[in-house]
Unconditional design. Structure first.
Length: 375
């Protein structure tokens, strides 16, 4: 409900009173968001005008409200009505501004305490029950990872996980890749060594935003999987070493992979990626793929390395890690823009075979929102 609506600043601003607050809207913003059929397609909601149709001197000429609806007239010639609810929901006046290091909406930072409650979904119910699927996708939005259990134990079952929300992203490693011991590994991921927690493929831009790893055999000793929340690590660095956090977010790092003659992947991105308003939007961390860091001024390089090492120590701290051993028929998915994954070393006794693939987070979030809208 809106208590009153009035035009101010010679038609350039609309003020509405709502719950003892006054919310201001610019005339050009209102005109741009006009819900009329000649401004937005009623079917798909897409905007039908361009900025060429929006004079900067657009002003309001009339404003009336019955509490539920606000009716507006504009010059140049236009008129439309907004619901009070829509205006309140989309108000930008007095909206709290983001702070540096703020988590994205609906994300929650976590550490080893989450070991007692590892997010997980059973494949048959994820496939059959939209409510269970939405709940599982929401845990990925919240924590950046989740397990899947009770998959059919067969090659390619990781694609069934991707089919729950979207599409595979193919790379030079193929539509999927095998993770098991190889005699002549082209990549350290395919040996029995333990790996430090990392995000995959930081040398791509954009990175593969999701990774699925599915277990087909796991009789080797060790080889547990481990995940670490890159956002939680970045926030801990910000608390313990604010300047270090600033350096890792302010300067671009470089990453590269040229593991075979037909591949030369390079990227240039900060280790801690912040939106312009300071909201955390990504962490890239992979010591195997770091390239010479040449975008940091000489005077800041020593401090930058100190911060890089501090972040690495935080990532290696067991207090940050969630660990689980996959059995055949189990898989996990990570948000590769945020959550680091690792595996403990495993011995030659027995055998460990996982299949991995990449997929896109925007598709997952889209499927989740659409499910939430329909449920
Ligand atoms: Fe990896």
């Amino acid at each position: 409900m809106i208590d009153a609506a009035r035009i101010t600043e010679n038609g350039k601003v609309l003020e509405v009173d709502h719950n003892a607050a006054t919310l201001r809207f610019h005339a050009i913003w209102l005109r741009d968001n006009s819900p009329t059929a000649d401004t937005r397609d009623p079917g798909n909601g897409q905007r039908l005008i361009t900025m060429a149709n929006l004079p900067l001197d657009t002003v309001l000429t009339a404003a009336t409200s019955d509490g539920e609806t606000v009716n507006l007239g504009f010059a140049p010639d236009h008129s439309c009505s907004f619901s009070a609810d829509w205006l309140v929901e989309n108000a930008y006046d007095q909206r709290p501004r983001a702070t540096v290091g703020q988590l994205p909406e609906k994300a929650e930072a976590w550490d080893a305490d989450l070991n007692t409650d590892v997010p997980s979904g059973s494949y048959p119910s994820l496939a059959d029950d939209p409510t269970a699927r939405a709940a599982w996708l929401a845990t990925i939005r919240k924590y950046g990872f989740a397990k899947v259990t009770e998959l059919p134990i067969e090659q390619g079952n990781l694609f069934k996980v991707v089919d729950l929300f979207g599409y595979v992203r193919e790379t030079n490693y193929g539509r999927h890749f095998e993770v098991r011991t190889e005699v002549n590994p082209v990549n350290l991921a395919f040996t029995g060594l333990g790996l430090q927690a990392h995000t995959d493929n930081p040398y791509r831009d954009p990175v593969p935003t999701l990774q699925v790893l599915s277990c087909l055999e796991n009789s080797a000793d060790g080889g547990e999987n481990m995940v670490v929340d890159g956002f939680a690590c970045a926030l801990r660095l910000q608390k313990e070493d604010p300047r270090g956090f600033e350096l890792l977010s302010k300067y671009t790092a470089r990453y590269a992979y040229e593991g075979s003659s037909d591949v030369a992947l390079h990227s240039r991105r900060p280790m801690i990626d912040l939106a312009p308003d300071g909201v955390l939007q990504g962490v890239r961390f992979n010591s195997r793929s770091i390239a010479p860091l040449i975008d940091i001024p000489f005077d800041d390089m020593a401090d930058y390395y100190a911060a890089y090492k501090r972040l690495s120590d935080i990532i290696d701290d067991e207090a940050m890690e969630v660990t689980f051993k996959l059995t055949p028929g189990e898989a996990f998915i990570v948000d590769n823009t945020r959550v680091l994954h690792a595996r403990k070393g495993y011995s030659g006794e027995g055998y460990r075979w996982l299949q991995g693939c990449y997929a896109d987070k925007d598709g997952l979030l889209s499927t989740l929102r659409a499910l939430e809208n329909s449920l």
